[in-house]
Design a protein around this ligand. Structure first.
Ligand code: GLA
Length: 409
């Protein structure tokens, strides 16, 4: 009898060890699959900036069609993210309920449609008990919600911070991160706690991107007392955060306002150029069905997007700050460098730049080889000389000159 008990105990111990090993292996695989996502900053579209709560399956399908038809998909945009207000309640078993009037075919059918276009679907939820628009949040339902998203075929989750009821931010985001890692589907995790708890210090490995400010407004420079911020305010906040960005973990400068009408053309060019210099996620926030040629030309500028998507994954650095005039540099793969001259002033900047100032880069993490580079203007799409001679240009008020330096062959 003693022998039997011993044998059973040994078997039980072995099974537990096997289970642990199996679970350990699975967990490792899930973790590494998660960590391989978003190796370059995510690109896509999000409903919030333009449509607020006015979301529906019709809208998302039309955006998917427009993303293909306008060349946005071809330029690299991939995710269609439905922000707040798609959810209306939970059923008796706690399953999140989609607004059936606005999404009559359900999320699974919508994900299938989006996937059939070669695109991906994102949804929004919140670490609190309620979303910012008072819809049900995921607090207490994280694992159930993550499994539901996976069953629908969701590829991206933006996770907000309203009604957080004093939770510890890192722990709250880690819970949802664990749930996503175990849900059986690769889902990009976008942390949206507005930079309140310095997510750049703990977000790597938990999420793939983290907001660093309150909500963007469609303006060049503007601070609202309730927290809204403009383009330059975000750029200034991003400036010091470059050490925290890299493949799979990005500082999120907020969704784009390009095409929404609140800024001039030059300001939108600056907005887009700087997001690319900053290796920020590129989530368009306008009506893709209704874009002017100017807006399409900005959002689909492949040379500028290539700077954003560069595989080295470095965030650009403000290495010269001359008040209203700034020079930003972003090291690229294969020894190339993107440079952006940013004119914050209300008057044009008559640039006459001597490239010998390059030596300064050594001081700021950028190794600048001591030889001549070809200089290519990424908005005019043409080569404009080499670093052997001064760069002369007139940069419009609130505008930029963005160039790519390639070692001269
Ligand atoms: C917060 C977020 C926004 C948006 C809204 C939706 O304000 O920061 O980006 O998601 O909630 O309610």
């Amino acid at each position: 009898m003693k022998k039997l008990i011993l044998t059973l105990a040994l078997c039980a111990a072995a099974t537990a060890a096997d289970a642990q090993m199996y679970f350990g292996d699975q967990k490792e695989a899930a973790d590494s699959a998660f960590l391989m996502l978003a190796q370059t900053p995510p690109m896509g579209w999000n409903s919030w900036n333009k449509f607020g709560c006015d979301v529906s399956e019709k809208l998302v399908k039309e955006m998917a069609d427009a993303m293909v038809a306008t060349g946005m998909k071809d330029a690299g945009y991939e995710y269609l993210v439905i922000d707040d207000c798609w959810q209306v309640g939970r059923d008796a078993e706690g399953y999140i309920q989609v607004d059936a009037e606005r999404f009559p075919s359900g999320m699974k059918a919508l994900a299938d449609y989006v996937h059939s276009k070669g695109l991906k679907l994102g949804v929004y939820s919140c670490a609190g008990s309620e979303t910012c628009q008072g819809r049900p949040g995921s607090r207490g339902y994280q694992f159930q919600d993550a499994r539901t998203y996976a069953n629908w075929g969701v590829d991206y989750l933006k996770y907000d911070w309203c009604s957080n009821e004093g939770q510890n931010a890192e722990a709250a985001y880690k819970t949802m991160s664990d749930a996503l890692k175990q849900c059986g589907r690769p889902i990009v995790f976008s942390i949206c706690e507005w930079g309140e708890n310095e997510p750049w210090k703990w977000g790597k490995g938990i999420g793939h991107l983290w907001r660093i400010t309150p909500d963007i407004r469609d303006c060049y420079q503007c601070l609202f007392d309730w927290g809204g911020v403009g383009v330059l305010d975000i750029v200034d906040k991003m400036a010091d955060l470059y050490p925290y960005a890299g493949p799979g973990h990005w500082n999120d400068a907020e969704m784009l306002e390009v095409g929404n009408g609140g800024m001039t053309h030059d300001e939108y060019v600056t907005h887009f150029s700087m997001w690319c210099m900053l290796a920020a996620p590129l989530m368009s926030g306008n009506d893709l069905r209704n874009m002017s040629k100017e807006t399409i030309d900005i959002l689909t500028n492949k040379e500028v997007i290539a700077v954003n998507q560069d595989k080295l994954g470095k965030q650009g650095i403000r290495f010269m700050d001359m008040g209203d005039h700034e020079i930003w540099a972003k090291p690229l793969a294969d020894g190339e460098i993107a440079i952006c001259f940013l004119n914050r002033a209300d008057t044009p900047w008559k640039l006459d730049y001597d490239w010998k100032h390059q030596t300064m880069y050594f001081a700021r993490d950028i190794s600048f080889r001591k030889h001549v580079y070809d200089v290519r203007d990424l908005w005019q799409h043409k080569n404009i000389g080499t670093t052997d001679s001064n760069l002369k240009a007139e940069i419009p008020a609130h505008g930029v000159l963005m160039v790519r330096l390639s070692p001269k062959k």
